[in-house]
Design a binder for this molecule. Sequence first.
Ligand code: FAD
Ligand code: SF4
Ligand code: SF4
Length: 374
Amino acid sequence: MPPEKLHWAHLYEEVVTSGLCTGCSACVVVCPYDVLGYDDGDGRYKPFHVDADGGTDNCTHGVKGCTLCTRACPRFRTWEPEIEQHLFGRARTDDEVSGIARHTILARATDPEVLGAGQDGGFVSALLIWALEHDVVDAALVSALEGDGSTWKAVPTVARNRTDVLATAGSRYTYSANPMAYAEAIESGAERIALVGMGCQASAPPVMSARKAGKVARRFSLSIGLLCSKTFDDAIFPELFEARYGLARQDIAKMNIKGVFQIWTHDGGYHEVPLKEAHEFTRQGCLSCPDFAAEHADIATGGIGAFNDWTLTVIRTERGHELFDAMVAGGAVEVRPADDDPGAVALLHRLSRVSRRRWPSTAVPMPGRLPTST
Ligand SMILES: Cc1cc2nc3c(=O)[nH]c(=O)nc-3n(C[C@H](O)[C@H](O)[C@H](O)COP(=O)(O)OP(=O)(O)OC[C@H]3O[C@@H](n4cnc5c(N)ncnc54)[C@H](O)[C@@H]3O)c2cc1C
Ligand code: SF4
Ligand code: SF4
């Protein structure tokens, strides 16, 4: 029997329509025939197949042997053990509930401008600036706010230098499918690309690499993860912040989540919105996501813990470790032990455990997935 050719028809049935699809957009980016599109209207955030080329649920190129979309999908079949074997040479143990890590540490940018622009310790921005200025990558796929920022619509974009990185620093809590900026990056000649994204996106480069998804896989040379338990539909702005709290989106200057939604307004005001009121706006693509800790990034980063201006930093791969050490040696970041904030590490594990329970028992079993009772 020839090996089964797994293509869009399989992806559509097993991931897109089954509820596993996060909307990460990796399948769209890797498609060499441009027959996949991406719908980010009205909170959908889903890939679709153009009708003219086999219908919405099949693909004429797939039928002829193209398998790239299933190779790029970080939710297709045994994605997790395949990635872990590729990155670490082994699957995680049941104890490694937050994924396989070499080192967990607190880090922050030493440059005050970078620290000030960052959401937590500005570590991600410092890392991007370092990688762009030290010939590690040519471009980074990040998230910006569209236009002048007044709509708070998060959109994928390319950062090529320090100015771009600083302009796109900080966190937005609606979805931005950062891989979608890939085409723009290669149009400008980038060959080594860093991807910044939540776990659903951070797993895309290593799954593409593990499954040999062609030149797109080779170009993704660094994956920087953001800890994440959910994103919200854009409807949260008019229907929660504005309707219930009188906070119009154009008046919002910055937001963070620290137990509550913290919202700073341009007039200097500070407001809190209870997270329990936000839950009804959870994006559908997050509901089955098992990955809080960006478990397949080279380096994962988060803001949990006692210190607001430090980034909790989980160094996972050898590549991530080398880069981190170079930044410390070069004075771009300062560090302190994670033991200074044991509560942050405990919360990292607790929130990871919560997310892993979301992986449906009807999907391909995930080694190391903790049973619902734990
Ligand atoms: C949707 C979302 C949910 C998160 N949830 C948690 C959480 O529950 N617990 C936790 O500890 N940390 C969470 N984080 C991570 C945290 O907010 C910080 O991004 C992280 O600590 C890095 O901080 P920094 O100062 O080093 O990053 P910065 O230097 O500020 O860099 C942040 C980078 O993230 C990119 N980015 C911003 N918004 C988005 C977006 N919506 N989608 C994709 N990329 C984006 C920016 O373009 C920038 O490159 C979340 C982040 C996001 C985007
Ligand atoms: S999870 Fe990502 S790669 Fe998989 S089908 Fe959805 S958008 Fe495509
Ligand atoms: S919870 Fe976060 S990591 Fe998971 S699918 Fe949603 S945005 Fe992606």
